[in-house]
Design a protein around this ligand. Sequence first.
Ligand code: AP5
Length: 212
Amino acid sequence: MKIILLGPPGVGKGTQAKFLMDRLSAVQLSTGDLLRAAVREGTELGKSAKGYMDRGELVPDDVILGLIGERMQELGDKAVIFDGFPRTVSQAEGLDSLLERLNLQVDKVVELVVDDEVVVERLGARRSCPACGRVYNLMFAPPERDEICDDDGTKLILRDDDQESVIRNRLQIYHKQTEPLSEYYQKAGILVQVPGDGKVDEVREKVAVAFV
Ligand code: AP5
């Protein structure tokens, strides 16, 4: 099974992907996480991606498709939840071709929908653990101790691209370059739209309905 989680930055794709992994025994494939790991490790990919990410712009399609192609070779027919990919029609077409070559297909696309201001509020309060990657929210899902990871005691960090000016740029780019995917997958008859506002558990219940 190949699932895509679509939606603007900060809508909760990563949060919901974690629940779906358990429910569907699937692997989460987040291009954002792969790129951030490459930046941390200082690889050529990381060096070329960093500027785009810091500005809130998209990394070029050919780079992303190369990255996904490599991971898909390793994952084969395992169930996969794509989180933050595809982000352009060209990436969606590239994914279709890649899966076709492997005799596979995208089975379902869940689009989480919220207003921009909800995103700005959520991302300004997002903190993550640089050691284990756990994601918190100072307003909606705070750690027990002030800005310290519950699991390993590491000081939490604010992502470089979660500054308000960068968030607003990411939103603009989302509306222009990624939103057309909604129509792309609607035409393919595999799109389910789910409201992304409300509490995490409420959204989880609504997402779960798409898989009964
Ligand atoms: P990426 O890491 O994919 O960022 P994004 O899409 O902007 O998504 P986020 O990770 O910011 O948000 P999310 O939807 O996962 O929300 P989360 O669950 O964390 O990409 C980063 C950059 O990499 C891009 O800008 C681009 O440069 C590059 N890139 C990545 N993929 C690319 C691609 N395919 N092509 C080209 N470039 C690419 O939740 C957010 C916060 O809200 C958290 O604090 C969470 O706790 C909280 N929260 C979640 N749900 C709720 C809720 N229901 N109520 C209250 N709070 C909630």
